[in-house]
Design a binder for this molecule. Structure first.
Ligand SMILES: [Zn+2]
Length: 310
């Protein structure tokens, strides 16, 4: 059983203003590390999410607004601002729909028994998109959509999203907040954008936030997962594990001050695999989120993929 990689050229075409950190070059940086793994990771085209899949998290009022705003952009010289950080060009709606579609297709591959590991290498990312709000570079809440899709389509009882991006996934948390069967666990730097993610934001006992202080490194990062978050997820016994895989906690990342090293992402990936083997029959869906130093992004993503496929 090969691990499956979803991607699409639209991910590299999603346009943002000059100087924006969440830029097409991120996909170009991942290109070589994905190509090097082509014999191990079976590459598939990320399909566009259907309206009904997006509706699992986002109301029609929001979706129609996004379709209108992003669908109206005709050329890359006149990008549309969806929020101060979040932009759409001519290819952005397609890219965002394919990011959400890849997440759902990944669920299909895992639940169909075709693979135990799926990675979606798409941009824009998803974890800041709230049900009714585009923000933080994100249009659709990909991890939450995948969780709802898995529950609805495959009757899974409990699903967990593990988010190690340096920013708090306010969008995933908002989608899950009152739902005791959808778990969200996150490490993130605090204070930092978007400002949510305090330890006392616990939902209905399904939200586990572990903020880290500025400058914290791999020891604190791994201890948060090993001592607190992973044991909580083990107790939750999720049927499916979804990773919001952002690599911007890396020491080299320009958007935050944590000092996590490449090897720490490898170690955490190993720990998540162990959790998956104990609770979800090994099934892991990993979705690319942030990571803005191109070298650190490529190296960290490479070790993450290699551990997932080991
Ligand atoms: Zn981030």
């Amino acid at each position: 059983m090969h691990p499956i990689l979803f991607t699409h050229q639209s991910a590299e075409k999603h346009q943002v203003p000059r100087g924006h950190p969440e830029r097409p070059e991120r996909m170009q940086a991942l290109g070589p590390i994905l190509a090097e793994r082509a014999t191990i990771w079976q590459s598939e085209i990320a399909p566009e999410a259907r309206h009904e899949q997006l509706q699992l998290v986002h109301p029609d009022s929001y979706l129609n607004w996004i379709y209108e705003q992003a669908g109206a952009v005709k050329d890359a010289e006149n990008l549309v601002s969806l929020d101060p950080d979040t932009w759409a060009g001519p290819d952005s709606l397609t890219a965002a729909r394919r990011g959400a579609g890849a997440a759902c297709a990944g669920v299909d591959r895992l639940m169909g028994g075709e693979s135990l590991r799926v990675f979606s290498a798409m941009r824009p990312p998803g974890h800041h998109a709230e049900p009714e709000k585009a923000m933080g570079f994100c249009l659709f809440s990909n991890a939450a959509i995948a969780a709802e899709y898995a529950r609805k389509t495959y009757n899974l009882t409990r699903i967990a999203v593990l988010d190690f991006d340096v920013h708090h996934g306010n969008g995933t948390q908002a989608a899950f907040y009152g739902d005791g069967d959808l778990y969200y666990a996150s490490t993130h730097e605090m204070p930092l954008y978007p400002g949510t993610g305090a330890a006392d934001e616990t939902g209905c006992g399904n939200i586990f936030n572990h903020p880290l202080a500025a400058g914290a490194g791999g020891a604190e990062f791994l201890a948060a997962w090993r001592d607190v978050l992973l044991p909580a997820m083990l107790a939750a016994k999720p049927d499916l594990i979804i990773i919001s895989a952002g690599f911007d906690a890396h020491r080299a990342d320009p958007l935050a001050t944590l000092t996590v090293e490449t090897d720490d992402f490898a170690a955490l990936t190993d720990d998540i695999i162990q959790l998956a083997e104990e609770t979800s029959e090994g099934r892991i869906l990993s979705l690319l989120e942030g990571g803005y130093d191109l070298t650190a992004l490529a190296n960290s993503c490479a070790v993450h993929l290699d551990r997932l496929s080991a």
